[in-house]
Structure formats: C-alpha cells, structure tokens
Design a protein around this ligand. Sequence first.
Ligand code: NAD
Length: 413
Amino acid sequence: MAKNPFENALEQLEKAQDIEPIDSVAYEIMKRPQRILEVSIPVKMDGGGTKIFTGYRVQHNDARGPCKGGIRYHPNVSIDEVKALATWMTIKCATVNIPYGGGKGGVICDPKEMSEGEIERLSRGYMRQIAHYIGPDVDVPAPDVYTTPQIMAWMEDEYSKIVGKDTPEVITGKPIDKGGSEGRGTATGMGGSYIIREASKELGLNPSESTVAIQGFGNAGSVAASILSKMGYKVVAVSDSHGGIYNKDGLNIDRVLQVKKEKGRVSEYDGPCEKVSNEELLELPVDILVPAALENQITKDNAPHIKAKLVAELANGPTTPEADQILHEQDVLVTPDILTNAGGVTVSYFEWLQNKKGEHWSEEEVNKKLDEIMTPAFRDVYTKAKEKHIPMRTAAYIIAMHRVADAILKRGY
Ligand code: NAD
C-alpha cells in the first residue's frame, strides 16, 4: 500500500533533523499543522438537486509569514494529502527564503464532470466557508491541480464582497487583468532554468555542449524546454503522455511547441527524430534530465540506468526515496523539487507584493527579481550539500527547517 503522504513528509523532516537538529520544541511544532479546517459546501447542481462537497484548508506554519499554498480540486483529495502539501509549502517557501509560511487547500470533487456554473458556485461556496480564516496577512491561496486563474478570480470576488472592499492580495494566480502578475504562467519553467544554469556551472557543463531531456511538455516542461534552448542548451528529447521524441543533435523547440499546440502531442513533430517511450527518455545518454510530468517516475528500477549528471526536479516528487539514494551514490546531482520548481510560488509572492503596493511590474522585471531569489537559494543549498556530503534535498530541508525554527524561537512559543 502506498505510504500516507503526511508520513512521508514527516520522514523527510526527520532525516534533516538527524543531521543538523533544530530546537526540539520547534521541531515538534513543525511536525504538526497549526490549524486544520474542514468545511461542507452545499452547491446547487444544474440538474436541480443540491450536492454537499467536503473541502479543507490546512495552515501548516505561519512563523515566517502568512501561509501560502494552492487549492486542489480532485476526487482523491484527502486530509493527509493536504497536510503533506501544506508542510512541503512551509519548506519550499523557507528554502527560497520568501516571507511566507505554508498552507494548502483542497476540495473533493471531479471538476471534469462539472459545468462551469457548478464550479463557480463550488468555488464561491468554498471561499465563503474559509473567508474568516484566511486573508492577505494570514493565509493566501493560489491555484493547484485543476484550479485556474478564473477560479481564483471568482474566489477573490467572493472574498472582497464578504470583507466589503476590493482585496486582490488575498489570492494569487489571478488573470493578469484581475491583478495577476506578468510572468506567472512561465515562472516555474523559468525558475527551474535558472537552477539548471547554476547547477551546470558547478558541474562544469557548458550549455552549448550540454544535452537535455525533458519528460512532460505542459506548463512546466514546455517553458523549460523553450528557455533552456534559448540559453544555448541542446534539448535533444521531450515527451508528453503520448510518448516522446529524440534527436541526439537537438530538436527545434519552437517547432515542437507549434506542433504540440496544433496537434496536441509532441510525437507529431515533423523534424528529424526517433520516437522514444517515456521510460526510455529517462535513460537516454544526456547530461541533464528534467522530470516535469508526474510523481514517482525515477524509481529503484530505472535509477541505476540513468546517465544524466544532473537531474532537475521540475515536477513535484518525481524521484522515489530509494531512487534518490541510488542517484546520490552514483554521484548524480539532484536539484530537489522544493528548490527547482519554487519559481511558481516566488512569482505568486511578487503578485501579492504588486497588489499590496498597487503596482504592475513588467515581465522583464519579474524575471530579473525571480533570478535574484532562485540563484542565492541554489547557492545556499548547494553549499550545505557539499559541506555535509548529503543530497541537495536533505540540505534544503536543513536550511528551511533552521529558518522556520529561527522564526518560531524569535517569536517565542
Ligand atoms: P501540465 O498538466 O501542464 O503538464 C503535464 C505534462 O505531463 C503534460 O505534457 C502531459 O502530457 C505530461 N504527462 C502526463 N503523463 C505523463 C507520463 N506518463 N509521462 C510523461 N509525460 C506525461 O502540468 P504542469 O503544470 O506542467 O506540472 C507538471 C509538474 O510540475 C507537476 O508535478 C506539478 O506539480 C509541477 N509543478 C508545476 C508548477 C506550475 O506552476 N505549473 C509549479 C510547481 C510544480
């Protein structure tokens, strides 16, 4: 049976605690969410009846600032998953040193089976139930799996009506004309590309001589492919759920993007290439491997066959703990998800700052500020990993837990 995700999160905290412990009370505090809210949301369905949905909002820790984290709409949402995701948000925000704690929300529902009107009523109903427990300086939600900028706009509107004033800074990931930030759509791929650029320097990988394979060609993977090829890397393989393509001399990424847009799958690419499966893509002879699709892709079975020198985890949780250990022993540098894909939450932070100040920054400004967050975060984590001879993931946990503990202790518990 798959492990309870919250137990997984606790194990990761424990691993870091064993190497460089934080104050024992601060550790006990971090092992528990500060607040868990369960709500029932009645929604009038198009067919005439009313259905009651269950939703959650978990505020894991707010010692470093307001809780921050997305809202997930999925049939498999469970309280343990939301608790785990909230814990990881505390760690992610502290890893990149932005002044937020961690939170997460979820509603058990299947948005693919619901009409737009039903989703709007559900979203407004969920916000009515949590409105008195969140706020721009308390807890700031955002999109996650199957929640969109439009859903954020409905939730912001509902919140603003409840508090009686326009409050765009209560939620991020909004449409740009509703107070969203430039660069939010590309932030995850952009932030991940900065991390790859910095890791390449450490490994002596010159972009123009380095090959890259990317698994997953959605929001995260396709943007990374485009930016990395603009940075001069040779992107030789990409894939989506229908399979992948490979050309050892490099793919024309602009053309792949166009084909994906027009035909829905990268395998329709008409340039020179051979077809590869998603499993084969992971084991290609490349310098850099970027998992940007699903969790648990790199396992104890395929990890020994991975040839990349750098694995940059743009997806959440693509590497199992056993595989992580194998890669570490093989001297493969793994930049962990909590660092590599933190560009998304970082630009969410920028959106919140712009809303609070009534400003609107250009895309260029956003990307420059993103670099100024991602690059020092990489340095901190890489330096700690080298100093302690540990994987970057554990190093990131150590740094993040010390930052959170410091805030807990300074506030006093
Ligand atoms: P997305 O839905 O836009 O894209 C997912 C991609 O993965 C699609 O191209 C899909 O075809 C592909 N895919 C699905 N099943 C696959 C399989 N079996 N093998 C290979 N590819 C497969 O999602 P996204 O937003 O790009 O997210 C991808 C990963 O990045 C997720 O783990 C997500 O949690 C993580 N992430 C995304 C963001 C963000 O801002 N988008 C932020 C942080 C983390």
